[in-house]
Design a protein around this ligand. Structure first.
Ligand SMILES: [Zn+2]
Length: 433
């Protein structure tokens, strides 16, 4: 029976999400009814804590795209096979008719709620949507990172890693009503402090982020980029560069980037993108890719164009990772979540296996994550996502208000992280402050 519930206070969201996963009736309010998939808890016998049974498993890390059961014990995957015995499992999650993937990894999100104006709460937007691991792309800089670690990374259920903004203030300055970015004063770009912060937090910081658009870095984008690269090189980690509307042309920016570095917002429209005036992929983009520079999507509020994506894909340029750049100003559309972003790429012609690869295996290979994320291999962390692949007519919108009619949509149903089940919840997103 479904019972009405009051919206939880911000501080209790995490607790609520757990509760929602544990107590079926609470989740009814959100309409997915996933709890019906969960069998009764039985007394523990020898065997598995949880069996995800009967789903179509898509795990590009093992080239599996077939019906498999996944057995979990002590927070780890212990078997992936056909017809594992239900009697051996303490609890069964019925995945029949569902797509089962490794817990997804989104390498570009903003979850520093309350400090970066674009920040959103992690759990309702990530783990509740099939995304067990995220990389916050530069919301925090050296001065604001300790708070990010203490109040977000250490507290939320989603696994949160970070790219440290080269600006000490991170993305705390910029909002719709205060459109002044973190690098307009180049004095805020401080490699020394960035290096020190990374050395103290290497377990969770995976690289450096720099945003180069004019409202953020003014006319000294190239100097800012060089300072960011200096810090990244010193600590031996990759650099993620936000492109678009830059003072310096993209080919010059790319010439500063090396193997393992990441361009985000690759498929943006208008100026500063990867296409020339005739819609052809710039030769400098191809040569950067040839030397190991990686293209990430980073959909965002202003950085994904169907037109650009269609032209680039037609010319054989495929992004290595598909990320959402979900934040306060796009979470209610056009981004919504990673699953919707992946669905847009299904419409663009990528296969289901190809899109899942770009949100699991490829991100895991790109950054130095701890082993066992983005895969369902035996021994890996038991991070699993269940989706419905719904057929119908879905109008998808890009960042330029262009739409396309797609016919398949990935809809998150349930998430398992380290063996623990989280329901799919759609929670109201409240603007901080
Ligand atoms: Zn971003």
């Amino acid at each position: 029976m479904c019972m009405g519930i009051a919206r939880p206070h911000a501080h209790t969201r995490r607790q609520f999400l757990r509760q929602a996963a544990a107590v079926g009736s609470l989740v009814c309010a959100f309409g997915q009814g996933w709890q019906n998939l969960l069998g009764m808890t039985k007394p523990m016998q020898s065997g598995f804590d949880l069996l995800v049974k009967g789903g179509k498993v898509v795990d590009p890390s093992q080239r599996i795209s077939a019906f498999r059961d996944i057995a979990i014990r002590d927070g780890k995957v212990v078997a992936v096979a056909e017809n594992l015995n239900e009697a051996q499992a303490r609890q069964v999650l019925d995945a029949r008719g569902k797509i089962v993937t490794p817990g997804l990894i989104d390498v570009h999100v903003h979850v520093y709620e309350g400090v970066a104006p674009l920040g959103i709460p992690a759990d309702p937007n990530c783990i509740a949507k099939g995304v067990t691991t995220v990389v916050d792309a530069g919301s925090a800089g050296a001065h604001t990172f300790p708070g990010f670690r203490r109040n977000v990374i250490n507290v939320v259920d989603t696994r949160v890693f970070a790219l440290l903004n080269i600006s000490v203030v991170g993305q705390s300055t910029y909002s719709e009503d205060n459109p002044y970015g973190e690098l307009l004063n180049l004095g805020y770009a401080n490699p020394k402090l960035a290096i020190r912060t990374i050395e103290r937090n290497r377990d969770v910081i995976l690289g450096i982020k720099v945003r180069l658009s004019r409202p953020i870095a003014g006319e000294h984008d190239l100097q800012a980029l060089k300072l960011a690269k200096e810090a990244a090189s010193a600590v031996g980690l990759p650099l993620m560069v936000h492109i678009g509307d830059t003072h310096t042309p993209l080919p010059v920016i790319l010439s500063e980037m090396s193997k393992g570095d990441v361009v985000t917002h690759s498929f943006r429209g208008s100026n500063g993108g990867i296409l020339d005036d005739r819609g052809m992929v710039l030769k400098e983009v191809r040569s950067a890719m040839d030397r190991g520079v990686h293209l990430d999507v980073g959909h965002g509020a202003g950085s994904f164009s169907f037109d650009t994506a269609e032209k680039a894909l037609k010319q054989g340029v495929v992004p290595g990772t598909i990320s959402s750049d979900v934040h306060q100003f796009n979470v209610n559309g056009p981004v919504f979540d990673l699953a919707t972003t992946l669905s847009k790429f299904l419409h663009l012609g990528l296969t289901l296996d190809e899109v899942i690869q770009r949100a699991s295996t490829n991100p895991a290979n790109l950054f130095g994550f701890p082993n066992g994320l983005g895969t369902l291999k035996v021994g890996a962390a038991a991070d699993v996502a269940l989706f419905s692949l719904v057929e119908g007519d879905f109008r998808f919108e890009d960042s330029l208000k262009q739409t396309r009619l797609g016919h398949q949509k990935l809809v998150p149903v349930a998430t398992v992280k380290a063996g623990r089940i989280y329901g799919s919840a759609v929670m109201p997103v409240v603007r901080a402050g």
